[in-house]
Design a protein around this ligand. Structure first.
Ligand SMILES: [Zn+2]
Length: 393
C-alpha cells in the first residue's frame, strides 16, 4: 500500500504537477479493492494508516526533518502494520483481538495500564470475570492510541501500544555543580563518570558477541542457496536479536540510574558516523551503541524533569588537565594514563575527560546565561568542531 501510494504521488506530481492528498489516496484504495479483492481481507484502517505514514514522511521531508520517502523493500526485514482502532486485549487470559484477524494468544510482558484506569473501568470491561481492554471504550478519555504489530528478522512478532497516561510533564529540577555528572564514552569500558565511577561493558554481551562471530563464520562456510545455509542464517538472526535485547536491557538500567542519581548530565556530542569510518574504533563504538544510549538518556531526563547538557565535539576534553588547565597536545589514543607535567597530577584518560566535559558544560552555561535552562536539553557548541577527530588520528 505504501509503495503503491508513493508511486501514485510521484507519478501525479511528475506528469501533472498534482499534489495527491490523503483523501485522494484513500479513495484510490476503495477502487483498488474492486480490482484486487484480496485487499478486502485486510483491515481498511491499517491500509489507510500506510497512506497516513507516507504523507507524514512527505511532511517531514518538506519541513527539513527527514529524507525524501523511498520504496519499502522486502529485504530490509522491517515489517510492521498499525491498527488505530477497534482492537481489544484480554488482560486476564492474555489474548488480543485485531480486526479481520480475530483473537490471538499473546505474552503480556508487563502491566501497561494504570491500576486506576482499570479500577474505574475507563477503557476496560468485565466479561465472565475477565478484564478486557476495549479500544471502543476509549472515546471519552483518549488513553489508547495506535497499536503496532511488527516482525523482527528472527521471525518474532511484537505488539506495541501507544498510551497517553494523562500525567503532565514534570517541572524542571534545579541543578548545580554538586548535582551534575559528566560522562565520557569509554573505549575499554562502557563509560566513565566524573565521580570516578567506571561502567563496564557487561560480560554476557562480550560472550554473546563472540558467539555471534562464530555463527557468522558458520553462515559463510555453508553453500549458497543450501538448506543448511538458511538454517545458519536463522540462528545468526536470533543471536542478533539476543544481543539487541541484552544491550537494550543494560542501557535501560544504566540510564535510569544516572537520571535518578543526578539532576543534570553532561555529555559530548559524538560524531558516531565519523568514528565508525575509523576501523580500529568501529567495533568498539558500534558495540557500545553510544548514540542509542544518549537517546535513552534524553527521553528519561524528560520524564523526570532532569537536564541534559550537550557540549560540542572537540579534542580538548581528554587533552586538558582538569586540575591546572595544562594542554597535552601529544596525547594519542593509545595513551590511557598520563601525568600532567605542570601540576604532576596523574590522570586516567577517560576520567579526566569526563570531569572536563562536566566543567565545560557548566562553564558554557554560565557564560550563555540561564535563559536556555527552561528547555531541559541544551546544545552548547564549542566553536572548534573542525578539530573533532584529531584525537583519533
Ligand atoms: Zn595539571
Amino acid at each position: 500500500m505504501y509503495n503503491r501510494s508513493l508511486f501514485i504521488k510521484n507519478l501525479m506530481y511528475k506528469k501533472f504537477k498534482i499534489n495527491v492528498s490523503e483523501i485522494n489516496l484513500n479513495t484510490n484504495l476503495t477502487l483498488l479493492k474492486e480490482h484486487h479483492s484480496w485487499l478486502k481481507d485486510l483491515n481498511s484502517q491499517s491500509l489507510q494508516q500506510a497512506n497516513r505514514n507516507l504523507l507524514t514522511g512527505f511532511k517531514n521531508f518538506f519541513e527539513g526533518r527527514g529524507s525524501y520517502p523511498t520504496k519499502k523493500r522486502k529485504k530490509n526485514n522491517n515489517y510492521s502494520f498499525q491498527v488505530p482502532q477497534n482492537y481489544q486485549i484480554n488482560l486476564t487470559s492474555s489474548k488480543i483481538y485485531l480486526p479481520k484477524i480475530g483473537w490471538i494468544k499473546i505474552v503480556l510482558h508487563r502491566d501497561f495500564l494504570d491500576k486506576e484506569f482499570i479500577e474505574n473501568n475507563l477503557v476496560t470491561k468485565g466479561v465472565n470475570g475477565e478484564v478486557i481492554l476495549d479500544q471502543k471504550l476509549n472515546r471519552k478519555f483518549n488513553i489508547l492510541k495506535t497499536l503496532t504489530v511488527s516482525r523482527t528478522s528472527a521471525g518474532r512478532y511484537h505488539i506495541s501500544l501507544l498510551i497517553d497516561d494523562h500525567v503532565p510533564e514534570p517541572k524542571l529540577v534545579e541543578f548545580d555543580s554538586e548535582t551534575t555528572v559528566g560522562i565520557d564514552v569509554g573505549i575499554k569500558s562502557f563509560a566513565v563518570l566524573s565521580t570516578g565511577e567506571v561502567i563496564e561493558n557487561p560480560k554476557f554481551l562480550k560472550k554473546s558477541l563472540m558467539k555471534l562471530k562464530k555463527l557468522q563464520r558458520n553462515v559463510s562456510k555453508k553453500q549458497k542457496g543450501s538448506k543448511n545455509r538458511k538454517k545458519a542464517i536463522v540462528k545468526l538472526a536470533k543471536q542478533h536479536q539476543l544481543i539487541n535485547n541484552q544491550r537494550n536491557d543494560f542501557q535501560h538500567k544504566v540510564t535510569i540510574r544516572i537520571i535518578r542519581e543526578n539532576q543534570a548530565v553532561a555529555v559530548e556530542n559524538l560524531n558516531v558516523k565519523g568514528l565508525i569510518k575509523n576501523h580500529k574504533l568501529a567495533q568498539a563504538i558500534s558495540d557500545v551503541g553510544w548514540s542509542e544510549f544518549i537517546r535513552k538518556l534524553i527521553y528519561k531526563a524528560e520524564w523526570y524533569g532532569k537536564t541534559i547538557l550537550r557540549i560540542g565535539r572537540f579534542d580538548a576534553s581528554s587533552k586538558i588537565c582538569n586540575v591546572c588547565g595544562y594542554k597535552k597536545d601529544d596525547l594519542t589514543l593509545k595513551i590511557r594514563e598520563w601525568e600532567c607535567p605542570d601540576c604532576k597530577t596523574f590522570h586516567d584518560r577517560d576520567l579526566n575527560a569526563s570531569i572536563n566535559i562536566k566543567k565545560i558544560a557548566l562553564n558554557n552555561l554560565s557564560t550563555a546565561g540561564t535563559a536556555g535552562r527552561a528547555c531541559g536539553l541544551m546544545n552548547i557548541s564549542s566553536g572548534n568542531e573542525a578539530r573533532s577527530l584529531s584525537v583519533f588520528s
